[in-house]
Write a protein that binds this ligand. Structure first.
Ligand SMILES: NC(=O)c1ccc[n+]([C@@H]2O[C@H](COP(=O)([O-])OP(=O)(O)OC[C@H]3O[C@@H](n4cnc5c(N)ncnc54)[C@H](O)[C@@H]3O)[C@@H](O)[C@H]2O)c1
Length: 386
């Protein structure tokens, strides 16, 4: 017999059984569920990534909803099991849901929640941090210092790139890409070039107005340009940050050929999803272009790095922590829990993803709505009038 999975139980007599495959930050999410008659079971297994079999064991014979993680493979097997257990609700604790087969979930009548909005600024701030760390060689310099190698100021020591007045390129100017662009424009007076399938009207208006403000104050105005092709961004920008969703159109968006058209001293940042970059090609490019630098939060085969990447001094690497601020992680847990609760209770779908903060106010009860269910339309969930 398979070894039972260890769990922590809240409100054991609750009517609805809701599982969280991981412990999540904060306690509000637990209270919101237990106050609404849910028995909450949190997996406490000492294992970073649960297998499909582990999750099947957690779902068991009766389960109304599951909060899962982006490291898990949510497809046919798990959704059919959840349905058999009487479940109708699933939420990723993430905005991206490339680990979820939404069609399979829809086939079994299961809603797929995600957590947009609450991680926008936090993720953009990490992308900005990686941009700075890579352009000013912070990690290399830190290692040098700790190794006791510093024996005095030198004109050539860790010379990097100045950002002010340079061009920042954004690929995928959605919520996070636009927030990142603003940080780099406001903070470092960079000019913007972006590529997206859609026009980023609000971002364009902001840059225009900010440019006018700078001009009125006797400073060089910033400018923006919407590129016709992604290659235009790659050729022109000094710092390029990737923020698209991961899907068929963005898999290996950055490959050998596209790396080759970038400036030799460009900075490339990825805080979207690992497979957006062909990591093998990137390692080769870093090897032959020592002044080309990269800041990576995500990797093609997480938790692994492709061979050779760890040896490259011109790469700054962090373990998928872009959304890791306390406020954001607690908010993500809350939104994921409310997606599951709302689907179980038959609540309508919230329609304004720019206003998810109403779900996060600790001093008032959240609206009776599902914050974000990506297959709401396919499942015929009505729109909230709140
Ligand atoms: N590293 C992390 O921890 C972390 C945290 C949050 C989000 N993310 C990733 O960031 C992604 C973006 O999040 P968001 O909230 O900004 O989503 P969003 O939907 O607001 O923005 C995504 C943008 O990508 C654009 N896009 C789609 N296909 C494209 C293509 N082929 N070329 C160019 N642009 C394309 C879309 O038009 C959209 O504007 C998520 O899907 C997720 O994978 C990562």
């Amino acid at each position: 017999m398979a070894k039972p999975i260890s769990i922590e139980v809240w409100n054991p007599n609750g009517k609805y059984r809701v599982i969280s495959t991981k412990s999540m930050p904060g306690t509000r999410w637990i209270k919101l569920l237990t106050d609404q008659d849910c028995r909450v079971e949190i997996c406490t297994e000492n294992k970073t990534i649960l297998s499909v079999d582990d999750i099947l064991a957690l779902i068991g014979d009766k389960c109304d909803g599951v909060i899962g993680q982006l490291t898990e493979d949510w497809g046919e097997v798990l959704f059919s099991a959840l349905r058999r257990a009487g479940g109708t609700a699933f939420s990723n604790m993430a905005v991206g849901y490339n680990n979820v087969d939404v069609n399979a979930a829809t086939k079994y009548g299961i809603g797929v929640g995600n957590t947009p909005g609450v991680l926008t600024e936090t993720t953009a701030e990490l992308a900005a941090s990686l941009s700075l760390a890579a352009s000013r060689r912070i990690v290399e310099a830190d290692q040098f210092m700790r190794a006791g190698l510093y024996d005095g100021w030198l004109p050539h020591l860790f010379v990097g790139n100045l950002l002010k007045g340079q061009t920042v390129g954004v690929i995928g100017a959605g919520r996070i890409g636009s927030a990142y662009a603003r940080m780099m424009i406001e903070g470092f007076k960079m000019n913007l070039i972006y590529y997206d399938l859609y026009q980023a009207t609000r971002l364009e208006k902001f840059v225009t107005a900010y440019g006018q403000f700078l001009k009125a104050n006797g400073e060089q105005p910033v400018t923006w340009k919407r590129a016709a092709t992604m290659e235009d961004v790659l050729r022109e920008a000094d710092v390029i940050s990737l923020h698209p969703v991961l899907d068929k159109t963005t898999y290996h968006l950055i490959n050998k050929e596209r790396l080759a058209i970038m400036k030799k001293e460009a900075i490339l940042v990825n805080a979207s999803r690992g497979p957006v970059i062909d990591e093998v090609a990137l390692v080769e490019h870093l090897k032959v272009n020592p002044m080309f630098r990269v800041g990576l939060d995500v990797f093609e085969d997480e938790p692994y790095m492709k061979p050779g990447l760890a040896d490259q001094k011109n790469a700054v690497v962090v373990p998928h922590i872009a959304s890791a601020s306390k406020w954001t992680r607690e908010g993500m847990a809350t939104l994921a829990a409310l997606n599951v609760l709302g689907k179980i209770k038959g609540y309508p779908i919230w329609t304004d993803l720019n206003r998810v903060d109403v779900f996060l106010d600790e001093n008032s009860p959240p609206p009776a709505a599902c914050p974000s269910i990506v297959n709401a339309k396919q499942l015929g969930i009505s729109a909230s009038k709140l």
